[in-house]
Each structure stands twice: as structure tokens, then as C-alpha cells.
Design a protein around this ligand. Structure first.
Ligand code: ADP
Length: 294
């Protein structure tokens, strides 16, 4: 009788353990699926961001390509009309130099875009904060020009390194900058200034993106960061929630505040790369990091 009781207890315990193990496996699977979905969403948002910049990107690539075409026509004409003329040959040499420069310019835009759009797992590396942001700012400038907005960039962390995923950091700036430009849609012309500034702050670095646009309501600034909160007719309401999740994955903070006179300021803080980790290429333990590249 006693042996039977022991057997029943052991069986009950085994069933409980098995159930717990099953639960744990299912939870892990769900977590991994959620991380994959989150990464897909981040990438979809990145594609949407680039979509918003498409007119200026087309211009950025189209302009050098147009210049290449007309230069090639000019060289062709020179070769046909003055094939043995030393002066014409010199001119063709100069034209070829221009063609190379324009081709590199167009290629540079494509390379930057490809880096932004590629599906990849999050990789934390020690990066120069200012250099990464400057790369993102260069994607913003043509769009700002198109919208009649002045971009004032002042990067002052002087080579300070943070442990970050470069592409995601660029996405953060793109999202904040596009929002700032949207907010200035109806502002007077001389006031349309998007300013992007960095500085070291405490044991971290700060990025301040500021505009002179419509501003934000004083009450409940936090709701701006909620997913699907939008005041735009064609907004997704995902930009800022993605900014926050990226910043949190980097162990940083991001806040919004109303400027004294007019407009909004977003302040982002990221911790410095621990020197002990310099040279190490990845960090584990972040939920988003579980996503593998396709
Ligand atoms: P979306 O841009 O698709 O609306 P976001 O999450 O990026 O989604 O932004 C949510 C909302 O926050 C915007 O619809 C807008 O109302 C507000 N917002 C964001 N940035 C600014 C800004 N710089 N100035 C004023 N309002 C802003």
C-alpha cells in the first residue's frame, strides 16, 4: 500500500515536472516568435521611413546619373568630331573624371540605403556616435531641402564610442527627423529649422533632435510613444514606439519635451561603450538579438 502511495506521488511529481518543462519550452518559443515579429516590424518601419524619403532619394541618385548621361554624350561627340585632337583628349579625360565622381556619388546613396534596408540581426559594436549619426543626417538633408527646411547639425561628442547597432541608431534619427519635419509642415519659412545635436552627458552621450513645429500637448507626453498613437492622416503611429524600443534595447532613455517658445525637442541618452568591451563585436542577452538573419 505504502509502495503504491510512493509510486503515485512520484508519478504526480513527474507529470508536474513534464508540464512545467512543456510550459517553459512553449514560453521560449513564444518569446522567440515575438522577437522575430518585433524585428520584422522594425524593418517594415525602416522600409516605410525610406519610402517617405523616396522622392529625395530618387533625386539624389537621379542627379548624378543624369550628369553621367550628358557627360557621356559630350565625350561621344568629342571623340567623333575631333578624334586626334590633344585638347579634345584632355577634355575627355576630365569628363571621365566627372563621370567617375558622379557614379561614386550615386553608388554611395545606394550603399547607404542597402545597409539600412538589409534584413540583419542586431549587432552591437562599439561605434563612433557622431559618425553614425552623420551618416543618417546625410540621408535627411536632401529631403529637408525638398521641404524647404534648414538642417542644423552640431555633433560634439568627438569620437566618443557607444555600444550600438549602427543601422538601428540611424533609424532612430531618421524617425525623429521625419517627425520633426512633418511638424514644421505649416510653419513659416524662416523658422523651419531641424536641429540635430550631440554632446557627452554624464557617463553617456546625448542626441537632441529639435524643431520649431506645431509642438506637443503638455499633458501625457508619454502617449506619443505608444504604438499606433498618431495625429497624422497617413501616420502609422509606430515611429516613436520603435524609437523607444530600440533605445531601451541599447540601455538608454528617450524623452520628449515642449520647447519654451515653439516646437518640440526629443532627448535621447545612451551609455558609453564600456572600455572593457571595446573590440568585442556582439553582446548577448537582448531579446531582439535572438533574431537570426535570413
Ligand atoms: P506617426 O509619425 O506615424 O504619427 P510616431 O509614433 O512617429 O507615428 O508619432 C506619433 C505622434 O507623435 C505623431 O502623430 C505626432 O502627433 C506626435 N509627434 C511626434 N513627433 C513630433 C514632433 N516633433 N512635433 C510634434 N508632434 C510630434
Amino acid at each position: 500500500m505504502e509502495a503504491l502511495l510512493v509510486l503515485i506521488v512520484i508519478a504526480a511529481q513527474s507529470i508536474t515536472i513534464l508540464a512545467l518543462l512543456k510550459q517553459r519550452r512553449e514560453r521560449k518559443l513564444a518569446e522567440r516568435e515575438a522577437a522575430t515579429r518585433r524585428a520584422d516590424l522594425t524593418r517594415a518601419a525602416r522600409i516605410a521611413t525610406v519610402g517617405e524619403l523616396s522622392a529625395s532619394i530618387a533625386h539624389e541618385v537621379g542627379q548624378p546619373l543624369g550628369a553621367i548621361l550628358s557627360n557621356v554624350d559630350a565625350a561621344d561627340l568629342l571623340m567623333r568630331t575631333a578624334p586626334d585632337n590633344a585638347h579634345a583628349m584632355r577634355e575627355i579625360g576630365e569628363i571621365l573624371n566627372d563621370v567617375r565622381r558622379d557614379a561614386l556619388r550615386a553608388n554611395d546613396v545606394i550603399v547607404r540605403l542597402r545597409a539600412l534596408l538589409q534584413k540583419q540581426s542586431i549587432t552591437f559594436t562599439p561605434v563612433d556616435f557622431d559618425a553614425v549619426l552623420e551618416r543618417a543626417a546625410s540621408l535627411v538633408r536632401p529631403e529637408a531641402r525638398r521641404r524647404g527646411i534648414v538642417v542644423d547639425v552640431s555633433l560634439d561628442t568627438h569620437g566618443t564610442q557607444v555600444l550600438a547597432d549602427q543601422v538601428q541608431l540611424q533609424q532612430v534619427l531618421l524617425n525623429l527627423a521625419i517627425n520633426a519635419m512633418d511638424a514644421m509642415e505649416n510653419a513659416e519659412h524662416p523658422d523651419r529649422v531641424l536641429s540635430i545635436a550631440t554632446k557627452t552627458w554624464g557617463d553617456g552621450v546625448e542626441l537632441i533632435v529639435s524643431d520649431n513645429g506645431v509642438g506637443i500637448p503638455d499633458q501625457n507626453v508619454e502617449q506619443l510613444f505608444e504604438a499606433f498613437y498618431t495625429t497624422k492622416s497617413r501616420g502609422t503611429g509606430l515611429g516613436l514606439s520603435i524609437v523607444r524600443s530600440i533605445v531601451e534595447a541599447h540601455r538608454g532613455t528617450v524623452t520628449a519635451r515642449r520647447k519654451a517658445v515653439r516646437g518640440t525637442e526629443f532627448v535621447l541618452w545612451l551609455p558609453l561603450a564600456p572600455t572593457a568591451l571595446a573590440g568585442e563585436s556582439t553582446r548577448s542577452g537582448d531579446p531582439l538579438e535572438q533574431v537570426t538573419p535570413h
